[in-house]
Design a protein around this ligand. Structure first.
Ligand code: C5P
Length: 233
Protein backbone atom coordinates (compact mmCIF):
# COMPACT_ATOMS: atom_id res chain seq x y z
CA UNK A 1 0.00 0.00 0.00
CA UNK A 2 1.50 3.29 -1.14
CA UNK A 3 1.35 6.41 0.98
CA UNK A 4 -0.50 9.23 -0.73
CA UNK A 5 -1.82 12.76 -0.41
CA UNK A 6 -5.61 13.04 -0.83
CA UNK A 7 -6.98 16.45 -1.81
CA UNK A 8 -10.32 17.31 -0.17
CA UNK A 9 -12.34 18.79 -3.04
CA UNK A 10 -14.76 20.75 -0.87
CA UNK A 11 -16.20 22.76 -3.74
CA UNK A 12 -19.85 23.79 -4.24
CA UNK A 13 -20.26 22.27 -7.70
CA UNK A 14 -18.73 20.27 -10.55
CA UNK A 15 -17.56 23.33 -12.52
CA UNK A 16 -15.44 24.61 -9.64
CA UNK A 17 -14.04 21.11 -9.13
CA UNK A 18 -13.11 20.59 -12.79
CA UNK A 19 -11.56 24.04 -12.94
CA UNK A 20 -9.45 23.17 -9.88
CA UNK A 21 -8.41 19.72 -11.18
CA UNK A 22 -7.60 21.22 -14.58
CA UNK A 23 -4.75 23.14 -12.96
CA UNK A 24 -2.94 19.84 -12.42
CA UNK A 25 -2.45 19.35 -16.18
CA UNK A 26 -2.33 15.60 -16.61
CA UNK A 27 -1.39 14.78 -13.02
CA UNK A 28 -4.13 12.81 -11.34
CA UNK A 29 -4.13 13.41 -7.60
CA UNK A 30 -6.15 11.15 -5.27
CA UNK A 31 -9.23 13.25 -4.46
CA UNK A 32 -11.83 13.27 -1.72
CA UNK A 33 -15.44 14.01 -2.57
CA UNK A 34 -17.38 15.00 0.51
CA UNK A 35 -20.90 16.05 1.38
CA UNK A 36 -20.81 19.46 -0.28
CA UNK A 37 -20.02 18.19 -3.76
CA UNK A 38 -21.84 14.85 -3.53
CA UNK A 39 -25.07 16.43 -2.34
CA UNK A 40 -25.00 19.14 -4.99
CA UNK A 41 -24.00 16.96 -7.95
CA UNK A 42 -25.11 13.45 -7.02
CA UNK A 43 -23.26 10.16 -7.60
CA UNK A 44 -22.40 11.04 -11.20
CA UNK A 45 -19.61 13.32 -10.01
CA UNK A 46 -17.83 10.26 -8.60
CA UNK A 47 -18.12 8.32 -11.87
CA UNK A 48 -16.92 11.31 -13.91
CA UNK A 49 -13.85 12.07 -11.80
CA UNK A 50 -13.07 8.34 -11.65
CA UNK A 51 -13.32 8.14 -15.45
CA UNK A 52 -10.90 11.06 -15.67
CA UNK A 53 -8.33 8.82 -13.97
CA UNK A 54 -8.38 9.88 -10.31
CA UNK A 55 -8.59 7.66 -7.26
CA UNK A 56 -11.53 8.74 -5.12
CA UNK A 57 -12.30 8.77 -1.41
CA UNK A 58 -16.09 9.22 -1.06
CA UNK A 59 -16.31 10.86 2.36
CA UNK A 60 -19.96 10.67 3.41
CA UNK A 61 -19.31 9.45 6.98
CA UNK A 62 -22.34 7.15 7.18
CA UNK A 63 -23.94 6.89 10.63
CA UNK A 64 -27.40 5.29 10.92
CA UNK A 65 -29.01 1.99 11.92
CA UNK A 66 -27.11 -1.04 10.57
CA UNK A 67 -29.73 -1.96 7.97
CA UNK A 68 -29.71 1.53 6.45
CA UNK A 69 -25.92 1.73 6.40
CA UNK A 70 -25.72 -1.74 4.80
CA UNK A 71 -28.00 -0.52 1.99
CA UNK A 72 -26.15 2.79 1.67
CA UNK A 73 -22.86 0.99 1.26
CA UNK A 74 -24.35 -1.43 -1.26
CA UNK A 75 -25.35 1.58 -3.37
CA UNK A 76 -21.99 3.30 -2.91
CA UNK A 77 -20.09 0.18 -3.95
CA UNK A 78 -21.33 0.54 -7.51
CA UNK A 79 -19.74 3.96 -7.99
CA UNK A 80 -16.13 2.85 -8.33
CA UNK A 81 -14.90 4.62 -5.18
CA UNK A 82 -11.49 3.58 -3.86
CA UNK A 83 -12.25 4.53 -0.26
CA UNK A 84 -15.44 5.10 1.78
CA UNK A 85 -16.16 5.74 5.46
CA UNK A 86 -18.54 5.55 8.42
CA UNK A 87 -18.54 6.99 11.95
CA UNK A 88 -17.12 4.48 14.44
CA UNK A 89 -19.51 5.89 17.05
CA UNK A 90 -22.29 4.10 15.10
CA UNK A 91 -21.04 0.90 16.76
CA UNK A 92 -19.72 -2.51 15.75
CA UNK A 93 -23.03 -3.83 14.40
CA UNK A 94 -23.27 -0.81 12.11
CA UNK A 95 -19.64 -1.14 10.95
CA UNK A 96 -20.07 -4.86 10.24
CA UNK A 97 -23.22 -4.07 8.25
CA UNK A 98 -21.31 -1.42 6.29
CA UNK A 99 -18.67 -3.96 5.34
CA UNK A 100 -21.35 -6.51 4.37
CA UNK A 101 -23.10 -3.94 2.15
CA UNK A 102 -19.86 -3.01 0.45
CA UNK A 103 -18.97 -6.64 -0.21
CA UNK A 104 -22.51 -7.54 -1.35
CA UNK A 105 -22.36 -4.68 -3.87
CA UNK A 106 -19.85 -6.85 -5.74
CA UNK A 107 -17.64 -4.27 -7.46
CA UNK A 108 -14.42 -5.60 -8.99
CA UNK A 109 -12.29 -4.51 -6.04
CA UNK A 110 -13.81 -3.72 -2.65
CA UNK A 111 -13.09 -0.10 -1.67
CA UNK A 112 -11.04 0.54 1.45
CA UNK A 113 -13.47 1.19 4.32
CA UNK A 114 -12.40 3.28 7.27
CA UNK A 115 -14.12 4.72 10.34
CA UNK A 116 -14.01 8.26 11.68
CA UNK A 117 -12.85 8.16 15.30
CA UNK A 118 -13.18 11.70 16.69
CA UNK A 119 -13.45 14.55 14.18
CA UNK A 120 -10.31 16.67 14.01
CA UNK A 121 -12.49 19.76 14.63
CA UNK A 122 -13.37 18.34 18.07
CA UNK A 123 -11.14 19.06 21.05
CA UNK A 124 -11.14 17.59 24.56
CA UNK A 125 -13.47 20.30 25.93
CA UNK A 126 -16.20 19.56 23.35
CA UNK A 127 -15.86 15.81 23.78
CA UNK A 128 -16.33 16.13 27.52
CA UNK A 129 -18.80 19.06 27.64
CA UNK A 130 -21.07 18.19 24.67
CA UNK A 131 -20.65 14.49 23.91
CA UNK A 132 -20.32 13.67 27.63
CA UNK A 133 -17.34 11.40 26.96
CA UNK A 134 -15.45 11.41 30.25
CA UNK A 135 -12.38 9.53 28.95
CA UNK A 136 -9.42 11.53 27.59
CA UNK A 137 -9.65 12.23 23.86
CA UNK A 138 -6.71 9.93 23.00
CA UNK A 139 -8.42 7.08 24.87
CA UNK A 140 -11.66 7.67 22.93
CA UNK A 141 -9.77 7.59 19.61
CA UNK A 142 -7.99 4.38 20.64
CA UNK A 143 -11.29 2.77 21.69
CA UNK A 144 -13.08 3.69 18.46
CA UNK A 145 -10.12 2.43 16.43
CA UNK A 146 -10.16 -0.95 18.16
CA UNK A 147 -13.93 -1.25 17.56
CA UNK A 148 -13.33 -0.53 13.87
CA UNK A 149 -10.57 -3.15 13.72
CA UNK A 150 -12.77 -5.69 15.50
CA UNK A 151 -15.55 -5.01 12.96
CA UNK A 152 -13.18 -5.90 10.11
CA UNK A 153 -12.64 -2.38 8.77
CA UNK A 154 -9.35 -1.45 7.09
CA UNK A 155 -8.47 1.56 9.20
CA UNK A 156 -9.58 4.85 10.67
CA UNK A 157 -9.68 8.56 10.12
CA UNK A 158 -7.84 10.24 12.98
CA UNK A 159 -5.50 13.13 13.64
CA UNK A 160 -1.81 12.65 12.77
CA UNK A 161 -1.27 13.25 16.49
CA UNK A 162 -2.97 9.90 17.15
CA UNK A 163 -1.76 7.75 14.22
CA UNK A 164 1.15 6.17 16.07
CA UNK A 165 -1.02 5.21 19.01
CA UNK A 166 -3.67 3.71 16.72
CA UNK A 167 -1.03 1.58 14.97
CA UNK A 168 0.37 0.37 18.28
CA UNK A 169 -3.12 -0.74 19.39
CA UNK A 170 -4.52 -2.07 16.08
CA UNK A 171 -1.37 -3.18 14.25
CA UNK A 172 0.95 -1.63 11.66
CA UNK A 173 -1.22 -2.76 8.75
CA UNK A 174 -4.29 -0.92 10.09
CA UNK A 175 -4.60 2.22 7.97
CA UNK A 176 -4.52 5.73 9.38
CA UNK A 177 -6.01 8.42 7.15
CA UNK A 178 -5.31 11.81 8.67
CA UNK A 179 -6.97 15.17 7.97
CA UNK A 180 -6.25 18.34 9.95
CA UNK A 181 -3.11 18.98 7.89
CA UNK A 182 -1.58 22.45 7.84
CA UNK A 183 1.79 23.81 6.74
CA UNK A 184 3.93 25.15 9.57
CA UNK A 185 3.27 28.67 8.27
CA UNK A 186 -0.49 28.16 7.55
CA UNK A 187 -3.77 28.97 9.32
CA UNK A 188 -5.70 26.40 11.44
CA UNK A 189 -9.18 27.55 10.29
CA UNK A 190 -11.83 25.54 12.21
CA UNK A 191 -9.53 22.56 12.83
CA UNK A 192 -8.29 21.87 16.35
CA UNK A 193 -5.95 18.85 16.23
CA UNK A 194 -3.63 19.82 13.38
CA UNK A 195 -0.17 18.78 12.19
CA UNK A 196 2.18 19.32 9.26
CA UNK A 197 2.62 16.76 6.44
CA UNK A 198 6.13 16.08 7.76
CA UNK A 199 4.82 15.32 11.25
CA UNK A 200 2.20 13.01 9.70
CA UNK A 201 4.96 11.12 7.85
CA UNK A 202 7.09 10.76 10.97
CA UNK A 203 4.11 9.49 12.96
CA UNK A 204 2.98 6.79 10.57
CA UNK A 205 0.00 8.24 8.66
CA UNK A 206 -0.74 6.21 5.54
CA UNK A 207 -2.73 8.92 3.77
CA UNK A 208 -3.02 12.61 4.57
CA UNK A 209 -6.18 14.48 3.61
CA UNK A 210 -5.48 18.08 2.72
CA UNK A 211 -8.20 20.58 1.92
CA UNK A 212 -7.82 24.31 2.30
CA UNK A 213 -4.01 24.25 2.58
CA UNK A 214 -4.10 23.22 -1.11
CA UNK A 215 -7.49 24.36 -2.47
CA UNK A 216 -7.26 27.89 -1.03
CA UNK A 217 -3.55 28.34 -1.82
CA UNK A 218 -2.50 31.02 -4.32
CA UNK A 219 -0.79 28.22 -6.26
CA UNK A 220 -2.63 24.95 -5.46
CA UNK A 221 -0.33 22.78 -7.58
CA UNK A 222 2.75 24.10 -5.76
CA UNK A 223 1.00 23.54 -2.41
CA UNK A 224 0.17 19.95 -3.45
CA UNK A 225 3.81 19.36 -4.52
CA UNK A 226 4.91 20.70 -1.15
CA UNK A 227 2.59 18.19 0.60
CA UNK A 228 4.02 15.35 -1.49
CA UNK A 229 7.60 16.47 -0.75
CA UNK A 230 7.01 16.83 2.99
CA UNK A 231 4.87 13.67 3.37
CA UNK A 232 6.46 11.24 0.93
CA UNK A 233 9.84 12.82 0.23
O1 C5P B 1 -9.67 22.15 4.64
P1 C5P B 1 -9.24 21.04 5.55
O2 C5P B 1 -7.83 20.54 5.26
O3 C5P B 1 -9.43 21.37 7.01
O4 C5P B 1 -10.22 19.86 5.17
C1 C5P B 1 -10.20 18.63 5.86
C2 C5P B 1 -11.16 17.68 5.20
O5 C5P B 1 -11.13 16.44 5.91
C3 C5P B 1 -12.62 18.15 5.18
O6 C5P B 1 -13.18 17.73 3.94
C4 C5P B 1 -13.27 17.40 6.33
O7 C5P B 1 -14.61 17.09 6.07
C5 C5P B 1 -12.44 16.11 6.39
N1 C5P B 1 -12.36 15.46 7.70
C6 C5P B 1 -11.85 16.10 8.84
N2 C5P B 1 -11.79 15.43 10.03
C7 C5P B 1 -12.22 14.16 10.10
C8 C5P B 1 -12.71 13.51 8.97
C9 C5P B 1 -12.76 14.20 7.76
O8 C5P B 1 -11.44 17.24 8.75
N3 C5P B 1 -12.10 13.49 11.25
Amino acid sequence: MAKDVIIACDFPNAEATYEFLGKFRGRKPFVKIGMELFYSEGPDIVRKIKDAGHKIFVDLKLHDIPNTVRGGMRSLSSLGADMVNVHASGGTAMMEAALEGLTAGGGSERPIIIAVTVLTSTDAARLRGEALVAEPLEKAVEHYASLAARSGLDGVVCSPLEAKRVKSVCGEGFLTVTPGIRFADGSADDQKRIATPEFARENGSDYIVVGRAVTAAADPVAAYERCIAEFIG
